[in-house]
Design a binder for this molecule. Structure first.
Ligand code: ZN
Length: 492
């Protein structure tokens, strides 16, 4: 082993909603596709992303970094076999087998048409290329559905501790630290994966309050104990219909498998004991708007989790729009409709747009809604994250038009961009505090964009492929029984 350790890094982040309309092919990954050291460093140095964390941690520790292939796409439907094969081979092929360790940056809920455990398969391919001896650390999103195969093939797994995910950078730094200790022979990681038998909607996974925070606190208590290297709490991603979807724990101990088992068992038992508390309370759109209008001061955030862009939904759901058009107070809605954005551009600034907007992906997320409004602004749609989440990351909304339709300010985007950053509306010249109601197509991650200004948040009950009522989803692959789908089920 060389005097200066060399760490390889590669990865792919995609959260696959198997219920979302359409397939995800290579074109969806084209905006973030980086092959080789130069491209990787140029894009991610100085950003608060997983990649930025790996870069900084290696510099800090005097490790030499060998960046390979990295790509990501906005969450969406099932990944095509062609895209999966291309990406998996690019990742495995870009890891130098003569490195002293490898970090693989993954989401953990990617699914391809033929491979339900797409990322387990990626780790397997890397393992096959580098051999059993080379230490591999994997970083995962909190909304992952990890499998035993992945846990067996990796040496270290480090998941995010926060939702909204404001610690992706810190967890990558942690992963590099553990990998360094492993490469130096200081630790002997043993891992235990234990599933709770619970399926939880993302709204039940807030980490700074409520039942999920209690689970996190217990995990942190264990993580501070001698002999425990990492406790990863996985909330799971219920919108991937795969056998292992749901809430689980990955505990990594230093050589002591029994200790890891004890920790995993205690966490699983605790989560099971408070299982009813993860349920999400929803309000009908009409009641939500009426409740919002009664508030003396806004903005009231109307949380439309069923069309959560960050969960793979189409971003063109229209269930809220008719209620907003009838309301007396000003509201803001960001809606994907490339055709309507183009028509607005043709009408020009100050022109009138008459069109039916949104609801064009499928029937589930609503029908197109006719509007008439004045075009106030046209924009190429590029902005950079300025908030706490992935600061420095780029967002691309594509051709974007701001249209005023009665009390509703509609931001028509061509692309699907999640409301994760204040730049989501600041970039089109709008101030969130000017609106009494803001619809967010998000479950919880909107808090890093609007959490500081929101006076109240209401979870609205609209249909869609990220709905919080999990009983409505036609699961076929998911292991049963699982709570709350099978109320008679038991802890796994
Ligand atoms: Zn997530």
């Amino acid at each position: 082993m060389s005097l200066t350790y060399r760490i390889a890094v590669a990865g792919c982040v995609h959260e696959t909603n198997t219920f979302a309309p359409g397939l995800t092919d290579l074109t969806h990954f084209a905006n973030d596709w980086f092959e080789g050291e130069e491209a990787f460093l140029a894009r991610y140095t100085g950003t608060r992303t997983s990649m930025g964390g790996v870069i900084d941690a290696c510099r800090e520790r005097g490790l030499s970094l060998s960046p390979g292939f990295y790509t990501q796409a906005v969450p969406s439907g099932m990944v095509t076999d062609e895209a999966f094969e291309t990406i998996a081979n690019a990742i495995a092929g870009s890891i130098d087998p003569s490195a002293d360790g490898a970090v693989i940056i993954l989401h953990g809920a990617m699914v391809s048409v033929s491979e339900p455990d797409a990322e387990g398969a990626i780790v397997r391919r890397v393992r096959e290329r580098v051999g059993r001896e080379l230490p591999i650390a994997v970083t995962l999103d909190l909304h992952a559905n990890p499998t035993q195969a992945m846990v067996d093939d990796a040496d270290l797994i480090v998941g995010y501790d926060t939702y909204p995910h404001v610690d992706v950078y810190e967890r990558a730094v942690e992963a590099v630290g553990l990998l360094h200790r492993l490469a130096a022979g200081e630790v002997k990681p043993v891992r235990v994966l234990r599933h709770t038998g619970l399926l939880v909607a993302p709204q039940g996974m807030l980490t700074d309050a409520g039942p999920f925070k209690r689970v996190m606190d217990l995990a942190f208590d264990w993580e501070r104990q001698p002999g425990i290297l990492n406790v990863t709490v996985i909330g799971g991603f219920p919108y991937s219909d795969v056998p292992d979807a749901g809430m689980c724990f990955i505990v990594t101990a230093d050589g002591d498998a029994a200790l890891a088992e004890r920790c995993a068992h205690e966490l699983t038992s605790f989560a099971w004991s408070i299982r009813d508390e993860f349920a999400v309370r929803l309000v009908t759109p009409a009641d939500a708007v009426a409740l919002a209008e009664r508030q003396p001061a806004g903005p009231v955030v109307l949380v439309e989790g069923s069309d959560n862009v960050g969960g793979g939904s189409p971003a063109d759901g229209t269930h809220m729009l008719p209620h907003l058009l009838r309301a007396s107070k000003p509201s803001l809605l960001v809606l994907r409709d490339a055709e309507a954005a183009r028509l607005a551009a043709e009408a020009g600034i100050g022109g009138v747009l008459r069109a039916s907007v949104g609801g064009k992906s499928d029937g589930w997320h609503g029908e197109p809604v006719p509007i008439e409004g004045r075009v106030r602004l046209l924009f190429d749609g590029d902005y950079t994250h300025i908030g706490r989440y992935m600061t420095g990351a780029r967002a691309r909304m594509g051709l974007t038009a701001v249209v005023q339709a009665g009390p509703v300010t509609i931001v028509l985007t061509s692309g699907r961009v999640a409301p994760w950053d204040p730049g989501h509306v600041l970039s089109v010249g709008l101030q969130p505090t000017d609106f009494h109601m803001i619809v967010v197509k998000s479950a919880l991650a909107w808090k890093t964009a609007f959490g500081d200004v929101a006076k109240l948040a209401i979870d609205v009950d609209t249909p869609g492929c990220c709905g919080a009522n999990l009983h409505l989803f036609p699961y076929r692959q998911l292991k049963r029984p699982i709570y709350p789908l099978d109320p008679g089920g038991s802890m796994r």
